[in-house]
Design a protein around this ligand. Structure first.
Ligand code: MTE
Length: 333
């Protein structure tokens, strides 16, 4: 179902998987609920954000009731307080909409998320195109609170909604020759003002090794904070790979391709010496231009506060460390 929130221009699919009919029985009720959510949003400013980003970040809709309302806390490090929604939705990297942290919240309202199809192709037995609603229904949705650590030195704690990407991968049956998964995101110059700029090679592409993509922590996410994803956070579907630097978590996915060779990725192509293919969060491997030993939590740590220590693999070492046993993580950064 398609709901257009007239007050802020966001267009979002509403799936019965996200909102049981018993909760929002009529379209009118839904629209009322969404308007309430928007009006109730707190729009206080944060550092680089300006008045434009504040008006552009009204929430997409109070679609909180999940099929399962239990919080699945994966990773063992996630009992930290989630970042405020207003911070998580106004301090973003989504270069298709601009390079300033406040640009995505200001500009991403032009992203049209319906209809939306994700094509799954390459070295698999069951290739196909998934309409967004079918993709959402493929497995039961969970809420998972994950840290996201950006390569630039900041972090957030976000309650994501989605399911393990492995659920989809199992259904499409990878062939033996499939060793990597490539994630291609939308590059629509009409909706995305910075596609065509020379900052990156578009579309924004990311990649994982097949075992990383299959790891249960790797999340295909459709929402956050009990609601559908706001456009600036990668609506309508994105990846969340919590033990890797944030740029591996590709937003607004349109294609998932299974390949034999390690795919070229947007940031690796832009600066291979700065952004490796693995990009595992690692306090012991500095970025060539800055240390990765510490981080600043967005919305909590002020500019002059002491930074907090970055944890190996973003705190998910116990869960994912074995995938890198014997690898020289300084070489394969
Ligand atoms: N996906 C696309 N398509 N385009 C981007 O510019 N930026 C990445 C990643 N996914 C990016 C993207 C980077 S650098 C980070 S840190 C995270 O998204 C930020 O996610 P957030 O804005 O939800 O915190």
């Amino acid at each position: 179902m398609l709901i257009k929130n007239i007050s802020n221009g966001f267009v979002h699919p509403v799936s019965s998987e996200i909102t049981p009919a018993s909760v929002y029985s009529t379209r009118r009720q839904m629209i009322r609920a969404m308007a309430g959510g928007a009006a109730g949003a707190t729009l206080a400013g944060f550092a680089a954000r300006d008045v434009f980003s504040q008006t552009a970040t009204q929430r997409p809709g109070k679609l909180a009731a999940l099929a399962t309302t239990k919080t699945a806390v994966a990773g063992g490090v996630t009992m930290e307080k989630p970042t405020e929604y207003k911070d998580a939705s106004t301090y973003n990297n989504f270069y298709e909409f601009g390079t300033d942290k406040s640009d995505p919240a200001r500009n991403a309202h032009t992203l049209k998320t319906t209809p939306w199809t994700v094509e799954v192709e390459g070295l698999i037995k069951k290739p196909g195109k998934f309409a967004l609603d079918d993709l959402i229904k493929l497995s039961s949705l969970e809420e998972r609170i994950y840290r996201l650590r950006c390569v630039e030195g900041w972090s957030m704690v976000i309650p994501w909604i989605g399911y393990s990407l492995s659920e989809l991968i199992r259904k499409v049956e990878p062939q033996g020759s499939a060793k990597f998964v490539e994630f291609v995101t939308l590059a629509d110059p009409k909706a995305m003002p910075f596609v065509g700029s020379r900052v990156l090679d578009w579309p924004y592409v990311e990649g994982l090794r097949l075992d990383e993509a299959m790891h249960p922590l790797t999340l295909l996410s459709f929402g956050m904070y009990g609601e559908v994803l706001p456009s600036q956070c990668g609506a309508p579907v994105r990846l969340v790979v919590p033990w890797k630097y944030g740029f591996k978590s590709a937003k607004s996915l349109v294609k998932i391709r299974f390949v034999e060779k390690q795919p070229g990725t947007a940031w690796n192509k832009a600066a291979a010496n700065e952004y490796g293919f693995f990009s595992n969060v690692n306090p012991e491997v500095d970025h060539p231009r800055w240390s990765q030993a510490t981080e600043r939590r967005i919305g909590e740590d002020g500019l002059f506060a002491k930074k907090r220590k970055t944890l190996m693999l973003n705190g998910y070492d116990a869960q994912v460390g074995s995938m890198y046993a014997g690898m020289d993580l300084k070489k394969f950064f």
